[in-house]
Design a protein around this ligand. Structure first.
Ligand code: M6R
Length: 363
């Protein structure tokens, strides 16, 4: 039931700290990640390459997963939209590992990717929120997100939980393979235990974000920009906005803006940019200056300690100071709230956007 909330989407946005705590529960002990009851070592031993396949929001969690697994565990990772994976010739190596990510565990393209891998004798690890789902049953190993049932069609808390699993897995693999400084791994694991509180603090920005949505709800289109780990977050923010508010939203890697889309920037065009990666801020702000000079209205989701770099931005939503590697977990929250209120101000059915279903099944 929705309780004090008007919609499931808002309720589920607010359930994220709890979903994060449940997903972490029992999986970090003394600064080390463990997945009790799962015999992972033989799945991961000798893994040459990881291939992630997923759709929609789950794909965006996989994009973050790729960056952190490569960085920490030093394993090459490919990522594919499951809806495309089916139609390419994958050059399998027996030591590959396929990871499928699906909230529902029933998405047909993701299931097809799993079956294709298994058919080729490749091990499959599934990350899903639904015990007993088809994907959970057919994968070799399963890691469950413990986000609880997600009712709204727009995925929010399941996404946060998927992100947490991506980090846990990266840390787990890194210590298994001794690929990263153990003290830093322990530090990251301990920081993960504090992200629920950081998400709580971003939820306090709700009123401010609501006001921004009210101000901008009549726009026709918004660009979402991000560089590095901010890029998958931009993609997720754009998807959320599209599906709930029906506003055209397009995500671009910040550097790609100059390779075509800049032609669309003119007076008054709204651009939402993610600024959470300390080392990339100067590079991104020089791109932002270019679009500001052409009249764009820039909304920045900006980490508190980087706000002096965003002075030229027209609107700012501040994020708490967080390790840049973990920033996607908090940076997505204002985008979810923004999408929610944009949908509300535009008079849409927030929990059941037109044309959409919770899990895309059938061929
Ligand atoms: O259940 P799944 O994670 O496999 O679903 C994948 C997508 O259909 C899903 O994430 C979709 O993009 C959401 N409605 C996005 O909010």
């Amino acid at each position: 039931e929705k309780g004090e909330f008007e919609h499931f989407m808002l309720k589920e946005i607010h359930e994220q700290p709890e979903a994060i705590r449940k997903t972490l529960a029992g999986r970090i002990k003394d600064g080390r990640v463990d997945f009790p009851d799962l015999e992972f070592d033989n799945v991961f031993k000798n893994t040459g390459k990881i291939i992630i396949a997923a759709c929609g929001t789950s794909y965006h969690a996989g994009m973050v997963g790729r960056l952190v697994i490569e960085k920490l565990a030093r394993i090459p990772v490919e990522i594919d939209l499951a809806s495309e994976f089916r139609y390419r010739e994958v050059l399998w190596n027996p030591n590959d590992l396929v990871i499928v990510i699906s909230q529902s565990g029933e998405t047909s393209d993701t299931l097809a990717a799993l079956r294709e891998a298994r058919h080729n004798g490749i091990k499959v690890l599934a990350i899903t929120n639904v015990p007993g789902s088809t994907i959970a049953q057919e994968a070799e190993r399963v890691i469950y997100t413990h986000a609880g049932p997600e009712i709204a069609i727009a995925s929010t808390k399941a996404y946060s939980a998927q992100l947490l699993i991506m980090y846990l897995l990266a840390l787990y693999l890194a210590s298994l393979r001794d690929s990263y400084n153990p003290v830093e791994l322990e530090g990251l694991a301990n920081e993960l235990l504090g992200v629920d509180a950081m998400v709580e603090s971003v939820l306090q920005e709700q009123q401010h974000i609501k006001e921004l949505a009210e101000k901008y709800h009549k726009v026709q289109s918004i660009f979402f920009l991000g560089r590095g780990l901010d890029y998958p977050v931009a993609m997720e923010g754009a998807l959320k906005l599209k599906e709930t508010s029906y506003v055209h939203a397009e995500a671009y890697a910040t550097g790609e803006l100059l390779h075509g889309p800049l032609a669309l920037i003119e007076q008054g065009v709204p651009v939402l940019t993610l600024i959470s990666q300390d080392k990339l801020v100067d590079k991104s702000m020089s791109n932002i200056k270019e679009i500001k000079a052409r009249g764009a209205v820039v909304l920045a989701i900006c980490k508190e300690n980087l706000q002096e770099h965003c002075q030229e931005c027209d609107e700012k939503i501040l994020l708490p100071r967080i390790n840049p590697m973990l920033a996607p977990i908090v940076a997505v929250v204002p985008l979810q709230i923004f999408a929610y209120y944009m949908a509300l101000f535009r008079g849409n059915d927030v929990d059941k956007p037109r044309n959409l279903v919770k899990s895309v099944m059938g061929d």
